[in-house]
Design a protein around this ligand. Structure first.
Ligand SMILES: [Zn+2]
Length: 199
């Protein structure tokens, strides 16, 4: 990979042998491998030992989970907050595992919509809850840095499954608890991650 990065630097008009860039290919490779480590994570291992049977049926919420991902169209970062909620049937996930799960899907080449859905579907499959809700709010550098559609560089995506999809009151309770920065709340709102490929 480092040879390719050296070649890329040359293509960009740089001298890969100048002092400041000498170790750049090594650093870039390390960074890219870390930022895509989600491909090599094993979901079952992540959740292992953290699934519990309980007698609890209230909403479980983990909000303001930081995420950092890479837009698959430009390989530029998008990042922000992710809010996750579910209503258990009889099983719960250890709370500390939810941010780990977000990392697993964020550390890949992504679009925000897919990442949001993957987090929700994984929780659905792991504990079969009455419902799962995931909302992600992300700033897309591929939009803001390139000066494209600046006003749309912030995107909100959501996945509402089970009772969060079927019951407006449950959904509203969740949205009230996370106090969204924007009012956009339709499940398939137009978002920057799709807009970013229209150029
Ligand atoms: Zn992009």
């Amino acid at each position: 990979m480092q040879d390719l990065i050296r070649q890329l630097l040359t293509e960009l008009g740089e001298d890969p042998d100048r002092e400041g860039l000498m170790r750049t290919p090594l650093r870039v490779e390390k960074a890219l491998r870390f930022l895509t480590s989600g491909y090599r994570a094993n979901i079952e291992e992540v959740l292992n030992d953290a699934l519990f049977t309980v007698d609890y049926s209230e909403m479980v919420i983990v909000k303001d989970i930081d995420f950092y991902s890479l837009c698959e169209h430009h390989l530029l970062p998008f990042f922000g907050k992710c809010h996750v909620a579910y209503i258990p049937n009889s099983r719960v996930i250890g709370l500390s595992k939810i941010p780990r799960l977000v990392d697993v899907f964020a550390r890949r080449l992504q679009i925000q919509e897919r990442m949001t859905n993957e987090i929700a579907q994984t929780i659905l499959q792991a504990i079969d809850p009455r419902g799962v809700a995931v909302v992600c709010e992300g700033t897309h550098l591929c939009m803001s840095m390139r000066g494209v559609e600046k006003q749309n560089s912030f995107a909100v995506t959501s996945a509402m499954l089970g009772i969060f999809r079927d019951n407006a009151r449950t959904r509203m309770e969740f949205l009230e608890l996370i106090k969204l920065r924007t009012a956009v709340m339709t499940p398939t709102s137009e978002s920057a991650s799709l807009v970013c490929v229209n150029d």
